[in-house]
Write a protein that binds this ligand. Structure first.
Ligand code: 5GP
Ligand code: ZN
Length: 116
C-alpha cells in the first residue's frame, strides 16, 4: 500500500483523529482504535515503512529507538511493575492489517503464550 492511502500516514498527517500518547521527531504513538488490552498503544515511524520486511540498514537507529521507547511508553501507562507485551506483526500469517510498520505495546492484563 502506498503512502497516499495508508491509514497511519493519514493519522500522522492529522487527517484521521487519534489520541496521542507520545511524539518526537522520528515517531508517533497513539491509542489503538480497537484495543486488545486495557493499554494498547501503537508506535509508528513518521516515515512510511511498510513492514519489518522493508526496513533497511539505514533504519537500524530508528528501529532501536522504537524498541527503547516501548518500555518508556509502558511505564508512562503505569505498567512498570505488571509488565507489558510488544508485538510487531509482519505479513499476512502474522495478522498484519495496516501496511505501515508499527509496534503494539499492550498491557494491563495477564497474557497467554503462545499467541493465537
Ligand atoms: P496489525 O493488525 O496491522 O498488526 O495492527 C493494526 C492495528 O491498527 C489494529 O490493532 C487496529 O485496531 C489498528 N487500527 C486500524 N485502523 C486504525 C485507526 O484508524 N485508528 C487507530 N487508532 N487504530 C487503528
Ligand atoms: Zn504509512
Amino acid at each position: 500500500m502506498s503512502e497516499d492511502n495508508c491509514i497511519f500516514c493519514r493519522i500522522l498527517a492529522g487527517e484521521i483523529p487519534s489520541t496521542k500518547v507520545y511524539e518526537d521527531r522520528l515517531v508517533y504513538a497513539f491509542r489503538d482504535a480497537n484495543p486488545q488490552a486495557p493499554t494498547h498503544v501503537l508506535l509508528v515511524p513518521k516515515e512510511h515503512i511498510e513492514s519489518l520486511n522493508d526496513a533497511a540498514q539505514g533504519d537500524e537507529a530508528l528501529l532501536g529507538h522504537m524498541l527503547r521507547l516501548a518500555p518508556k511508553i509502558a511505564n508512562q501507562e503505569g505498567l512498570a511493575d505488571s509488565g507489558f507485551r510488544t508485538v510487531i506483526n509482519t505479513g499476512g500469517d502474522a495478522g498484519q492489517t495496516v501496511w505501515h510498520l508499527h509496534v503494539h505495546v499492550l498491557g494491563g492484563r495477564p497474557m497467554t503464550w503462545p499467541p493465537g
